[in-house]
Design a protein around this ligand. Structure first.
Ligand code: PLP
Length: 404
């Protein structure tokens, strides 16, 4: 008897850990050294866990072996409320905060509670693909609005508005953005709020990279501009605090919650059904949000992340036919391959071939729901020398694929 996957997975795709990674593992098992530029996991690249977080977690371990409240432990939720006040998000109470096993769990949970079959959600292209995958898993339809590379990857508002239909329920914003590194200026956010207001859309704001900013970029939380709209703001420890393995994230509801009683009841059902998030991971939240924000030292111009971002962007931009918008935040660069210079028809093939020939693992642009085979993503967590080596080898690989 053949066991087949459910039809619900028909449109679900998450290529960051897709078939190219499977092949990389085979090559590694066969003794090859693979330069990995594919996932935003700081720990393997020498980014240590802030000691205060670890100490707090260890101190609390003896009391962390039972289930917690389904929404999470109170001290951590209070710390998130305090963070919201700092970000200017009005009128948030501990009951509006749900902790989760990373933002990932909460993305699925909050969409699951909202969507009926065929409901549409506006999602950026390129996106962090968990959003598109989760909408599909929940029976919805992801509708992609374009971000404009020529304008530092800011969302194309006309495209966004043109794609709204009577089935559109919500708008997803990823800011700072993965994979583009864009940080959206306040006037752009104000226009998006205006659009959501006019079309009665919920706002899902994925702000997991809100502390990883370069060149003095300022992050504005969209919920702080929209006290009259229902906003769900997502944050967590994986990136800002370099502890992706703790699986520690949160979502905060703000705005007119009195009009969302049924939705909130749905969220509560789903939070109860998963019993509670991992309790030791929750204990790191209070220490993280109350403590010294060590990530800021890393992203200063002399810090590792800032230097690596510069080296990656500079080296890529020096390759013929390659251009790369310098990221203002997050951990990635998303370079463009000029189609007049390179003949690349299939970017999955491109990623496979790069792996086979140069032993470099990247994720192709279509893995981020980018519609053309002319981009790929590099994670800038690797040490600067490894990044340079990798980009040098990408240059050799590309040289063999130049047109004419
Ligand atoms: N949102 C974005 C934009 C991400 O890039 C990631 C991870 O890469 C996540 C959410 C998931 O993070 P978590 O580790 O909290 O599940």
């Amino acid at each position: 008897m053949q066991v087949t996957q459910s039809a619900k997975l028909g449109n679900v795709c998450y290529d960051i850990r897709g078939p190219v990674l499977g092949r990389a593992r085979e090559l590694e098992a066969a003794g090859h050294r693979i330069l990995k530029l594919h996932i935003g996991n700081p720990a393997p690249f020498g980014f240590e866990c802030p000691p205060e977080l670890l100490q707090d977690m260890v101190r609390n371990l003896p009391d962390a072996h039972g289930y917690s409240d389904s929404k999470g432990i109170l001290p951590a939720r209070r710390a998130v409320v305090q963070r919201c006040e700092e970000m200017g998000i009005a009128d948030v109470d501990v009951e509006d905060v749900y902790l989760g096993n990373g933002v990932s769990e909460l993305i699925v949970m909050t969409l699951q509670a909202l969507l009926n079959n065929g409901d549409q959600v506006l999602i950026p292209a390129p996106d962090y693909p968990l959003w598109t995958a989760s909408v599909a898993l929940c029976g919805g339809q992801a509708v992609h609005y374009l971000c404009d590379e020529g304008a530092d990857w800011i969302p194309d508002l006309a495209d966004m508005e043109a794609k709204i239909t009577d089935r559109t329920r919500a708008l997803v914003l990823i800011n700072p953005n993965n994979p583009t590194g864009a940080v959206y200026p306040r006037p752009v956010l104000e226009q998006i709020v205006e659009l959501a207001r006019r079309h009665h859309l919920l706002i899902f704001a994925d702000e997991i990279y809100d502390k990883i900013l370069y060149d003095g970029a300022v992050h504005t939380s969209i919920a702080s501009l929209a006290p009259d709209l229902l906003c769900l703001t997502f944050g967590g420890l994986s990136k800002n605090y370099r502890v992706a393995g703790f699986r520690s994230g949160w979502v905060v509801l703000s705005g007119p919650k009195q009009h969302a009683a049924s939705y909130i009841e749905g969220l509560d059902i789903l939070a109860n059904m998963r019993l509670c998030p991992n309790v030791p991971g929750q204990h790191a939240i209070q220490a993280a949000l109350g403590g010294k924000q060590t990530i800021e030292e890393l992203v200063l111009p002399t810090g590792r992340l800032g230097e690596q971002r510069d080296r990656a962007a500079d080296r890529l931009n020096a390759l013929p036919g390659v251009s790369c918008v310098r990221p203002q935040g997050a951990l990635y660069v998303f370079p463009r391959l000029d189609p007049d210079v390179y003949a690349i028809e299939d970017d999955v093939r491109f990623a496979f071939d790069l792996l086979e020939e140069q032993k470099i693992l990247v994720v192709q642009g279509s893995g981020f729901n980018w519609p053309r085979p002319d981009h790929f993503r590099i994670v800038t967590l690797q040490y600067a020398d490894d990044l340079e080596e990798a980009i040098g080898r990408i240059g050799e690989f590309l040289a063999a694929r130049r047109r004419g």
